[in-house]
Design a protein around this ligand. Structure first.
Ligand SMILES: *Cc1c(COP(=O)(O)O)cnc(C)c1O
Length: 230
């Protein structure tokens, strides 16, 4: 597990360097260590180096891990949520990045009122136009902003997006810059404060930071290659 410590240190240095390069404060960028498919020991190795935020994309895996790992870990749900898994996700998560429908937003808000845990919520947009990906369409943004302003229990604190895996740098700049501009338009239209931009993964987080990312979701570059057979 020594490699995790070294990787984490290197990633934190690269985050700080990317922030400084664009005149930002490194402490404004939070690292979500994406631990999906990785075992408890890997998470604990990162935790022992001071990493407190971990991202998972399957509810069952997140809640199983949360049960046995330190209570001060903050779990971020980053994967698509099926409606029958919303309740356990709301009960466990500190933040849900992947809210991709009006229905899901309303359901999360209601369940948060019932269970008492009130995760922060991010609205996931698909700005690359890929059909295969989850995410809201840009044209639904103002409707979602209105619904977000009307939430009674959860705070909608920003937007999230995923870029295509094979995108070139200029396309990444367009997508990540586009999410920032969309956030600005939604804020001024609705009066909502939307400080968080969740964008950037192992291969593209430096570009995302240049475009204003406040949450970067990094797995492979910390933990290594995932074994999806597990
Ligand atoms: C798996 C995953 C990541 C992390 O991807 P890496 O390339 O391993 O850094 C980030 N965001 C989401 C939504 C993911 O599912």
């Amino acid at each position: 597990m020594e490699h995790i410590k070294e990787n984490l240190q290197e990633i934190n240095e690269r985050i700080a360097a990317a922030a400084e390069k664009s005149g930002r404060n490194p402490s404004d960028i939070k690292l979500v260590a994406v631990s999906k498919y990785f075992p408890l020991e890997a998470i604990l190795a990162a935790y022992d180096c001071g990493q407190f935020i971990f991202g998972e994309n399957r509810v069952q895996e997140m809640t199983d891990k949360a049960k046995v790992l330190p209570e001060d870990i903050r779990w971020h749900m980053i994967g698509h949520l099926q409606s029958n898994k919303v309740k356990p996700a709301v009960e466990c998560a500190a933040c849900i990045h992947s809210v991709d429908s009006l229905r899901l937003l309303k359901r999360i808000d209601r369940l948060a009122g019932e269970c008492g845990n009130k995760p922060d919520v991010l609205l996931e947009f698909n700005l690359s136009g890929e059909d295969s990906k989850f995410g809201l369409k840009e044209k639904s943004a103002m409707k979602l902003a209105e619904a977000a302003a009307a939430c009674e229990n959860v705070k909608v604190s920003g937007l999230m997006t995923m870029a295509p895996f094979e995108a070139a740098d200029d396309e990444l700049n367009v997508i990540f810059g586009g999410l920032r501009e969309l956030r600005d338009r939604m804020s001024s239209a609705s009066g909502l404060v939307l400080p968080e931009l969740s964008m950037g993964m192992s291969g593209d987080f430096e570009i995302a930071i240049g475009q204003g990312a406040t949450l970067v979701r990094i797995g492979t570059a910390i933990f290594g290659k995932r074994d999806y057979q597990r």
